[in-house]
Ligand binder design. Sequence first.
Ligand code: GMT
Length: 395
Amino acid sequence: MKEERGRPLRIGISCYPSSGGSGVVATELGHQLAARGHEVHFIAHDVPFRLDLTRRGILFHPVEVPSYPLFTYPPYDLALANQMAQVAEEHDLDLLHVHYAIPHATAAFLARAILGPRSRLRVVTTLHGTDITLLGTHPSFQRIVEFSINASDAVTVVSRYLGAETRAAFRIERPLEVIPNFVDPAVFHPPRPRPDPELRRRLAAPGEFVLVHVSNFRPAKNALAVIEVFARVCRRLPARLLLVGHGPDVDRCAHRARTLGVADRVVFLGEHTDVGRVLAAADLFLLPSRNEAFGLAALEAMACGVPVIASRIGGLPEVVEDGVTGLLFDPDDTEAMAAAAIGLLSDPARHRRMSEAAAAQARERFDAARIVPRYEALYRRVLAGAGAGSGEGET
Ligand code: GMT
């Protein structure tokens, strides 16, 4: 891919700083942009989950919301817009790249309005999924989300699926450029040997296969199906399940594991910044989501050489190639997912082929070195007065 290098840019990034995929993508993008010589200013209520503030070119500006007895709902969105305008002015930002439409795209619009018509600040919005598929279409948000998308200078979506969903849900007046999520191969790569024997000794008993699921355990992740698939696998093979992340369904998963008699083989690891370490010990990754615009967790598993058993929904088929880098099923078909897991774990040659294909595709299609220049090219087009759409993959 031809590299477009120009003057270093000053970029503001706003995202949810929690462990969700949109915040992780925004954070990794900031790391990559800083490594490529840009100055990156994160503006959020907390330091994003994986953000490394010791890196050159990364700065953080907290958003503080004062409490006041009159505020039943503290107005974070206003404090964010205020801070965006402040940081943009003080650091002469070229653009704000906001991740997740609500409230970030709206706050960026307000920040630009505060700075006035002479400001050359540009706004790029990246839609991640639930901002469209879940929240965006709620009657309380529909019009402001539509407005904020149309008011951005450029809009990207993480999959073709999300582009189509956005167009179906709103009257979109601008191109939506598909820029898929990416992985840093320095962080997510297959261990040598794979799986890492030392980690494996620590995390599982000798002879056990290791299955992993990573999510925020919201109902959309269908984590109970993970437990059900795992229980079926355990009837045929010695296995252990490592669960990474935290969220509303964790207790129900623990309960289901007890009911199905596999609680002693299910390990809850909680939230982890170093998911790659856990994946280094894995044989299979399970992601039976009911709703997934991309499935960053599946991509991180693939990059570590872990085949993925997932649902054939949303953007997942754009990430996991069915039969090549993983296997896709109906999210309710735990029987078929379990049979596929047992089949794959019992066939080392096929497992190795799939593991190698997963790592190769992650490298070839989703390497940060391939994807990040697409954001840079978009920034430069936007700063030159053009928007999304003259690049690749417009929807
Ligand atoms: O999946 C979640 O609940 C978190 C959510 C988020 O916005 O943080 O993830 C969305 O963005 C990720 C990064 O682009 C995608 O990999 C996820 O597929 C997407 N989640 C959904 O669409 C449900």
